[in-house]
Design a protein around this ligand. Sequence first.
Ligand SMILES: [Fe+2]
Length: 206
Amino acid sequence: MSTLVYRFEEIAPRPLRPEVYELDGISRASVEAHYKLYEGYVAKRNEILRRLADVDLAAANQVFSELRALKVDLSFAIGGIKNHELYFGHLGGGGGDPEGAFGDLVSRHFGSAGAWRDDLKATGMAGRGWAWTAYDWDEGRLFNYVGDAQNTFPIWNATPLVALDVYEHAYFLDYQTDRASYIDAFFDNLDWSTVNDWVSKYQIQK
Ligand SMILES: [Fe+2]
């Protein structure tokens, strides 16, 4: 059996900042349950990378290829990690209209904060799992993209700056089926200083 030795480091879940447990309109119980799911994605990522070392590469083209299944699951787990680190990372602020460099980008590419917010909210209502505001390096502008799952449909060469989780697990405890009210609460808790740190870190020009 031919296998590949995968060299990888196990990763650990990033702890949440204390303010993420004290959001307006999104309960501590909801955040705690949500964080457990994020921990699950981290554990799954580590497990899949371990298991990949034992896969028979010669069988990779079989209809039910173990390699294919593991790699698809890996994209789901890693997507779940990245999406939730963005999501939890930029919650805990005072919300309101986008400020600073991100606010300037929004004004330039959407016309106004209200237009950006309306579009992202509608995208979140239409999606099954995620809506992201991302800077597309090829287009040189922001877009609001839709995602159905942790691994669908990110765009190559785009950097996400806002990640709105619209999976039911994000809001069912607090809002049952009222996703629109949850999305309003999400906007009310965004931390613009964090988003602007990302704009600066990635050197996105206004
Ligand atoms: Fe989630």
